[in-house]
Design a protein around this ligand. Structure first.
Ligand SMILES: Cc1ncc(COP(=O)(O)O)c(C=O)c1O
Length: 434
């Protein structure tokens, strides 16, 4: 039976009124100024490499890696970092992070092959549905790969394989953070852990040495802390001999960059509702902001919870699998304007196949006209050249004007863009590394 309209109408009304916080103009201006101040660096690259480009900044990656390590290393007795390759699978990114002392977190045989090829000395292999070939590849590199098992079925496939290969493989098991909805596909329910530990005893070549969980899109440490508390209660209730072998607890990734999430009106709950009602989503000049926590705040709160709830009953290494937080700021997209079809409509050389999804219809990132810089934001449809209307870079730009030949930059596109790129209609931009 549906809900009574008298109940849901006030909810609709409240949502339509719009409660999403606005992005503070000072925050936006300081972000834009920072990149305009570096304009010469970017324009210099274009003297030798024409747009469109993915421009990777190694120094940004290195600084992020160092800052994350610094944040956690002082607060936890033993901590290890694994870069989540899925967030940006360019080999240079992984190479820089290996050099900074990170391990790699891979989620497929393909990512594992690339991590092995790059010489990563420490690799965790997580993800559901690992194929027998993928498991075989992992076992044949057991000296540097830890398999984070995803299910009882995977254990039953891995055990005989490791026995046949006469190799002991170090493993962890992933715990489901949300047993309902689509997240249930990851890991085993926490309540099944004692049975899993028993099942592992049937497989002498599988060495269960740790636990893993991952929560995504954390604007604050609260979701991770909630699970850490639950895990702590469960661990405290386990017999000591079951806890003894736990050498590591991997708390996953999901740390949101501190600038927070910036949204177009269409990306807010009220915008989605307006869309469902066939109403215009809202003005292009309003930008919304879901604030996040600096990594030091994550480190402080998580370390406290880890010490209280986990290290009180298990003495082990804590592993982290950050992706987005590390690579987000390290890649800038450079495009050029090909056509100006109206005072407020331009078409760029590249299409959003370069980032692989319709990100900018809902997410807001400023488009900077590097050729005609200005801190004034002007309305203009900035669209790509794919034969689809869902090829949007933005609805405004920062500049004095916009004309064919102008170079546009969309900063901080390093996470879940390059690795989602598609060969669709237009060629992909070249990657240039600074
Ligand atoms: C198991 C696992 N670890 C780490 C990550 C990285 O998450 P993020 O890029 O949000 O830090 C993901 C992302 O989906 C994941 O599934």
């Amino acid at each position: 039976m549906g809900m009574d309209p008298y109940e849901w109408l006030p909810m609709v009304k409240a949502k339509m009124a719009g409660t999403s916080p606005l992005l503070a103009p000072e925050q936006l201006q300081s972000f834009v100024s920072y990149y305009f101040d570096r304009r010469d660096i970017y324009l210099d690259v274009l003297k030798t490499h024409p747009a469109p480009l993915y421009l990777q900044e190694s120094s940004v990656l290195r600084a992020r890696a160092a800052r994350m390590k610094r944040a956690f290393e002082y607060l936890l007795p033993e901590v290890a970092f694994y870069f989540a390759v899925k967030s940006n699978n360019h080999p240079h990114v992984a190479s820089v992070l290996i050099d900074e002392g990170f391990g790699l977190d891979v989620s497929s045989g393909q990512e594992l092959e690339s991590a092995l090829f790059l010489g990563a000395p420490d690799i965790v292999f997580s993800g559901p549905g690992k194929t027998p070939q993928e498991l075989r590849l992992a076992v044949s590199h057991a000296e540097r790969v830890v398999i984070l098992m995803d299910s009882f079925g995977e254990l039953e496939r891995l055990g005989p394989l490791a026995a046949e290969m006469d190799t002991t493989i170090r493993c962890g098991v992933r715990l489901t953070v949300n047993p309902t909805g689509l997240w249930r596909k990851f890991g085993i329910p926490m309540t099944d852990l004692p049975a899993f530990i028993d099942a592992v005893r049937q497989h002498p070549r599988v060495h269960l040495a740790g636990l893993q969980f991952h929560t995504s899109w954390n604007l604050s440490p609260a979701p991770q802390i909630a699970f850490i508390r639950e895990l702590g209660e469960m661990l405290a209730a386990l017999p000591a001999e079951a806890r003894g072998p736990i050498e590591f607890i991997d708390i996953g990734g999901g740390y949101w960059p501190e600038q927070g999430e910036w949204l177009q009106a269409a990306g807010t709950p009220e915008g989605r509702l307006r869309d469902a009602l066939d109403l215009p989503a809202g003005g292009v000049d309003a930008h919304f902001h879901l604030p996040s926590t600096p990594i030091e705040g994550f480190a402080d709160a998580l370390s406290g919870a880890i010490r209280t709830h986990l290290l009180s009953s298990v003495s082990c290494r804590i592993c982290l699998e950050p992706g987005r937080w590390i690579c987000n700021d390290a890649l800038q997209l450079l495009l050029s304007v090909v056509d100006k079809k109206a005072p407020d409509l331009v078409i760029t050389d590249a299409g959003t196949n370069a980032i692989g999804w319709e990100r900018f219809e809902t997410d807001y990132f400023p488009v900077l006209n590097l050729t005609r810089p200005s801190l004034v934001e002007k309305p203009c449809h900035i669209l790509g050249s794919l034969c689809t209307p869902h090829d949007v870079w933005g609805y405004t730009y920062f500049g004095t004007d916009i004309q064919p030949g102008d170079i546009l930059m969309i900063p901080t596109q390093g996470a879940y863009t390059y690795s989602l790129r598609q060969t669709f209609i237009k060629p992909l931009p070249c990657v240039i590394t600074l």
